[in-house]
Design a protein around this ligand. Structure first.
Ligand code: ZN
Length: 246
């Protein structure tokens, strides 16, 4: 378990790196301060220990390392630990851990930059197709059908949204994310995942609109809702359906 938690923190550091470098269209490189551009010292490459020993400021300019970094590392350690307890050291654990790291990376770029990148979603789809042969929770046919269904359903929602409120609310990145979620959850579970995403996204949007925290014109990133729905159904798909039709 200690190894799994440590792995979560280290993969979290990698996700942080990719989350900063990929949206800027540059190759991943060694960590650097986004304010002064100085290369970070080795003890800040993983932010969690740096925060724990109070070395969370850039040594050259004093800027604080974004709180996103320790949150991602801690979050992935927690999620990896959860997956390991649930699945043990199995192929399912390994693939689900990869999917989880990818989901977190997509959430980071979507929340920070409103970007869901092809360079992330397309390899993720390929990985999920490979995974469907090894994880055993769904077959490859279910996975492929789920991927196609996710793509088509979200494409329809995007077209409808563009027609109703104008372009921009959701885009092609969300459609490819839905395809990845479909490949991971399979058919017909992908429908449950998308329903959860629409319900939670709708409720949060409504809350933000009613409390006037956001207006109808302010873009809300929908990727995180798709991700929460997809991840929950990946883990608890049958439980959720049983609970609903109880
Ligand atoms: Zn700096």
């Amino acid at each position: 378990m200690a190894v799994v938690l440590l792995l979560g923190v280290l993969i979290g550091a990698v996700v942080n790196r990719l989350g900063s470098d990929l949206p800027a269209r540059r190759r991943p490189r060694l960590p650097e301060c986004p304010y002064c551009g100085r290369r970070r010292p080795w003890y800040q490459w993983v932010s969690l220990p740096a925060f724990l020993v109070h070395h969370q400021h850039c040594p050259s300019c004093g800027a604080l390392i974004s709180i996103r970094h320790p949150l991602v590392e801690l979050g992935l350690a927690f999620l990896f630990g959860f997956l390991y307890r649930r699945y043990g050291l199995t192929a399912q654990f390994i693939f689900f851990a990869f999917y989880t790291a990818i989901f977190v990376l997509i959430a980071v770029t979507d929340i920070e930059r409103r970007l869901i990148l092809n360079v992330v979603t397309i390899p993720a789809m390929a990985l999920a197709i490979v995974g469907s042969f090894f994880t055993g929770h769904i077959g490859w046919k279910s996975a492929l059908l789920g991927g196609v269904a996710g793509y088509i359903i979200l494409m329809a929602i995007v077209l409808l949204g563009n027609w109703l409120v104008g372009p921009g609310a959701m885009g092609g990145g969300d459609v490819k994310l839905a395809a990845f979620i479909g490949l991971v959850t399979g058919f017909p579970m992908v429908i449950v995942a998308l329903l959860l995403a629409i319900l939670s996204g709708g409720m949060v949007s409504l809350f933000l609109l009613l409390t006037r925290l956001r207006s109808l014109r302010d873009p809300i990133p929908y990727g995180p809702f798709l991700i929460v729905g997809g991840w929950a159904v990946m883990i608890w798909g049958t439980e959720i359906v049983h609970w609903f039709f109880r």
